[in-house]
Design a protein around this ligand. Structure first.
Ligand SMILES: Cc1cc2nc3c(=O)[nH]c(=O)nc-3n(C[C@H](O)[C@H](O)[C@H](O)COP(=O)(O)OP(=O)(O)OC[C@H]3O[C@@H](n4cnc5c(N)ncnc54)[C@H](O)[C@@H]3O)c2cc1C
Length: 290
């Protein structure tokens, strides 16, 4: 384990001041479920941080709230809180479902949405639904705040455009209109503690069976979780039935292979992605239970 000093921030401004001065030697910690693993890896090529800055005392980074037509989720909100939130279950149930699929109860109780976003694993489960919701992230530093879309924030596998002196404060999105359908589908290798092998999040608005708005995002398929705009365009304006869902699934699989090239995992991922997209579309297009 790397040597470090553990620093507990009492206020957000204290944390930002600390980062402004010592950001090169500091890593922030929330639930620690990803960071502790990194710290335990005694990789000699990575000298490790000198300081761990603990954010868990900052209550201003917690909570889920409705603000007009938006939902705002503080970065320290845990997966358990996301999974159990009546507001999320009502308005964006696929986000709660994705959070509920994370690891085990212990991991869900500690792991946070902020850590899931900033760790930026291609397989991070909250990312596909957040991308489908066109979520935006509020980043803060001593110099002030800036907002970026989640798409802009994710720059590659385990990479984001967060600056070293910044903290992710919250993520927010517009509440989808009444009648919007949602689905989160995931396949993992094991039942418990499974990291996604593939995941798909779909948001659909339908008018008399015809697709108005379609958002389709995939996890563990590309270098980072991402939307598939070609699939969304294909769907918009069509009557959703099994054939269209099948075609969209095929297109999704083709687009992913086009981007990644054929790999050892392609013979598995191609048909599974097709099936997951088809299943997600049909589930999102079915009348949603309250
Ligand atoms: C056994 C096990 C099973 C798991 N299963 C899953 C799974 O099924 N699905 C899944 O998606 N993930 C899974 N994970 C990964 C992990 O639990 C999640 O990614 C979790 O959400 C990380 O949150 P955290 O608060 O623990 O992050 P931390 O480990 O505290 O931090 C992760 C990274 O984000 C940075 N960070 C954290 N918060 C902020 C912030 N507010 N501002 C700026 N930077 C920040 C840290 O510096 C660090 O680089 C699993 C992990 C384990 C150990």
């Amino acid at each position: 384990m790397k040597e470090f000093d553990f620093v507990r921030a009492g206020t957000l401004s204290e944390a930002l001041e600390f980062l402004a001065v010592r950001h090169t030697a500091t890593r922030v910690i929330a639930g620690g479920t990803d960071l502790m693993i990194t710290l335990r890896r005694n990789d000699p090529s990575w000298p490790g941080p000198g300081y761990i800055l603990d954010l868990t005392g900052l209550d201003c980074l917690r909570g889920i709230s409705r603000e007009g037509d938006r939902i705002r989720i503080g970065a320290l909100t845990t997966h358990t809180q996301l999974a159990e939130s009546p507001l999320l279950k009502d308005k964006v149930p696929f986000l709660s479902a994705a959070a509920f699929s994370v690891g085990s109860p212990q991991i869900r109780n500690r792991g946070t949405i902020g850590g899931n976003i900033i760790n930026a694993s291609p397989a991070a489960d909250t990312l596909p639904p957040l991308l489908a919701l066109e979520a935006r992230c509020r980043l803060v530093s001593r110099e002030g705040e800036r907002d970026v879309s989640l798409t802009e924030l994710l720059t590659g596998p385990y990479r984001t455009s967060l600056r070293p002196q910044e903290i992710l404060k919250e993520v927010y999105f517009q509440i989808p209109g009444e009648g919007t359908g949602f689905s989160f589908q995931k396949v993992g290798r094991r039942k418990a503690l499974s990291i996604s092998r593939l995941s798909v999040a779909v948001l659909l608005s339908l008018v008399e069976g015809q697709v108005g708005k379609a958002r389709v995002a995939v996890g563990a398929a590309l270098a980072n979780a991402a939307r598939l705009p070609e699939v969304e365009e294909f769907l918009e304006g069509r009557l959703l039935d099994r054939d269209v869902a099948q075609e969209a699934g095929k297109l999704a699989a083709e687009k992913v292979v086009e981007i990644t090239g054929r790999r050892w995992s392609t013979p598995y991922k191609e048909p599974v992605l097709l099936a997951l997209v088809r299943r997600a579309l049909l589930a999102a297009g079915a009348p949603q239970s309250p």
